[in-house]
Design a protein around this ligand. Sequence first.
Ligand code: CAA
Length: 272
Amino acid sequence: MTMTYKNILTAKEAVGAKSGKADQPEINIGVVNLHRPTVLNALNHELMEELVTALEDFDRDDSVRAIVLTGSDRAFAAGADIKEMSDETTVSIMLKDRFATWDRIKNIKKPIIAAVSGFALGGGCELMMMCDIIIASETAQFGQPEINLGVIPGAGGTQRMTRVLGKYKAMELILTGRPLTAREALEMGLVNKVAPVELYLEEAKAMAKEIAAKSPIAVKLAKEAVLKSFDGPLQEGLQFERKNFYMLFSSEDQKEGMKAFMEKRKATFTGK
Ligand code: CAA
């Protein structure tokens, strides 16, 4: 069944030519495009629900062997939707449990290859880091700018970025909010490969098709085993990070930081 979504586009692409033999299964890759172009693919709740539904559908579809997740050339995603959360309080944001949707992405068994161009900031960078392989365009920029809004990353950034970059680089990026260029990200091991903007998506699809041709059960178990190396302590870290993220919605700095963003002015933080 083909679903129609408001904030994403989905497609299946066949891998190789069909042999015509009845016993040869159909092999595809699934492609999901984040598609809120007017807000640089800001990740609101509705988009995240649609994204998870599409990923879970591809995960259940035996013909799909690998998934490509992409945005536009200008933005993979510029973060969680600031307008949607600016008025939240600690209690309201905890009750909404907005990251429950994100948690479901962790349970996708098929490999997800991120094809990233333009802004991959805040939740956009965190979503990218939940993927298994990352192909970036030369124009991509990566960062956790939440500190400029008076908050901290809330969807795994403090944990996943630190595991990839190590304490000191992660600390620098998370405390300054400064973004990395694609070349810097490649040197630091945050992305697998950098390609020209005309080619990054094709490269990601080619990688997905290469993996799609392998044994699906081996691919599934290999992904599961690699992820196992992160599991135990990561869960504790994620819970810890989430509590702190929620706590910040009691602060004046969060209100000021998000209000200033929407009013297109520089925030004045007081530490309260
Ligand atoms: N949420 C909501 N709207 C956003 C957005 C976001 N994260 N990022 C961009 N937009 C909107 C802008 O408000 C703007 O909308 P209007 O045209 O209605 O004003 C539109 O997208 C285009 O953005 P800009 O005009 O700002 O484009 P630019 O090229 O001048 O700047 C940018 C691009 C540097 C990415 C800038 O938009 C920006 O700084 N965005 C916010 C980045 C950010 O702070 N992300 C972290 C969010 S918090 C988070 O993600 C928490 C978490 O861990 C889960």
